[in-house]
Design a protein around this ligand. Structure first.
Ligand SMILES: C[S@@+](CC[C@H](N)C(=O)[O-])C[C@H]1O[C@@H](n2cnc3c(N)ncnc32)[C@H](O)[C@@H]1O
Length: 252
């Protein structure tokens, strides 16, 4: 199986590809205030749950979901939610894609598409109209990472900031964070166990070949092992709603 098929199966039970509970997602999106006619973009949208919740909350806006491996389920779920005529899905590299300025820019768990948090913030600014709002989520260290966490995640210690460093980076890029959410251990465990559990369930119940079954089980075991023996309690995740600080200052 291709890596993209494995990822689609892993997200069957938890289409939000981040350690964020659906209720927390709704609360975060509720802090955005797009006017009727506004345009939103979701960079690295995956299943598009953030964008779809925004469109469901604000019936007068439209959106674009960008992903270089767009899951078919994103399109299907948008259809089931009667959002098809208000959302455009574009399968392309978010780092180079351009379609003018948006009123709302979403980018959750996809900073690697741009080279990291700082480059993601530059990209968010590039897509955002002056005075617009953004919602971003990214990994942080909850505590200084151990050697086993770094090995499990295959990153260096400077790959992520701590929470204070995350907020500093946001401000350094001309944004002011308003509401923020730090994922709880329960949200992390739910995400990781849904990820590995969906693969195990699929391997046992639905795989049509031994090869596919063994591959799915191997990926699930490796994923769970990396979480339990590696990054659990050390890797964190923070999501913030951002205002364009430069434009807010200009109004004062
Ligand atoms: C961890 S998932 C987050 C998905 C979604 N934002 C969410 O929170 O549910 C990261 C997503 O970024 C996408 N991605 C990674 N690199 C990308 C790139 N260069 N261009 C577009 N999408 C990219 C992946 O395909 C994946 O769907």
């Amino acid at each position: 199986m291709e890596r993209s098929e494995i990822f689609d199966i892993a997200h069957l039970r938890h289409p939000i590809a981040a350690p964020v509970a659906p209720q927390r997602l709704r609360e975060l999106v509720g802090w955005l205030r797009p006017s009727d006619g506004a345009r939103a973009v979701d960079l690295g949208c995956g299943e598009g749950e953030w964008l779809q919740e925004l469109l469901l909350t604000y019936p007068g806006i439209t959106g674009v979901g960008i992903d270089h491996m767009l899951p078919a389920s994103a399109v299907r779920r948008a259809g089931e939610r009667r959002l098809s005529d208000r959302v455009r899905w574009v399968e392309t590299d978010a780092a180079t894609w351009d379609d003018g300025a948006f009123d709302v820019v979403l980018c959750v768990g996809a900073s690697h598409a741009f080279g990291g948090l700082k480059d993601m913030l530059v990209a968010v600014r590039r897509h955002l109209r002056p005075g617009g709002q953004a919602l971003i989520g990214d990994s942080i260290w909850e505590s200084p990472p151990s050697a086993s966490a770094l090995a499990a995640l295959e990153v260096s210690a400077d790959a992520y900031p701590d929470l204070a460093g995350f907020v500093r980076a946001i401000r350094e890029h001309g944004f002011e964070p308003s509401y923020g959410h730090v994922s709880t251990l329960a949200e992390w465990d739910d995400y990781q166990f849904s990820w590995s559990g969906s693969l195990v369930d699929w391997a046992v119940r639905e795989a049509s070949t031994t090869e596919d079954r063994d591959q799915a089980l191997a990926v699930a075991r490796e994923h769970l092992e990396a979480w339990l023996s590696g990054a659990r309690r050390e890797l964190g995740f923070a999501t913030f709603v951002l205002h364009d600080a430069a434009a807010a200052g200009a109004r004062d």
